[in-house]
Write a new protein. Sequence first.
Length: 255
Amino acid sequence: MVELKTDREIDEMRAAGRVVGRALAAVREAARVGMTLLDLDRVARGVLEEEGATSPFLGYRPRFAPVPFPGVVCASVNDAIVHGIPDGYRLRDGDLVSIDCGAKLRGWVGDAAVSFTVGRARPADLRLIETSEAALAAGIAAAVPGNRIGDIAHAVGTVCRAAGYGVPDGFGGHGIGRAMHEDPGVPNEGPPGRGMKLRPGMVLAIEPMLIAGGTDDYRCDADGWTLRTVDGSRAAHAEHTVAITAGGPRVLTAL
């Protein structure tokens, strides 16, 4: 069931979204060669604590997971696509890092992700990241009343495929509100004009995930969480929480 949010509730979600934006900006600014992924997690934890927010990631355990998630961010490096567990890995020159972060504030959740490089960037990585952001922008532009979920999926997928990148099969965005994952699902590829019609008050997390090698295949690490490219190529992830409004899409996790 899809819960439509009032304008006031969307404002409350915007407050949670600002916390997510602050956390992601702080992590990106802090990231440098030699830092561990646990260091980055601690940076995000500090922002959440300062803002009086909690993490919807910490302790989260869906049915597929063997253990609850132990961090407040997902930290995915190089060939890790999403759901990387922050650990003692030390960042190296040229690493491509994707950070996914959520915040819960006064009962409402925000969720967003950003990818960036550390040290000297590879041109191919910059192109991959730029395309993930372009795919996200295309999905957001399609998030208007009267369109359908398929229009968002088609917009995202078209940008990814035109650049020659793969799209992990079966993974995409989701509804969001009082819980991190709500209906409806938001695929990253699909035919336009299909699926649920978008209405003012719907709030969606739109999140393209791109595989540089062009394949859609992935594997899961032994930790039960981290998804990696099968071909070893790099991946990027971009995400915003977006409200559907009569005046157009409202990005709730932007700074």
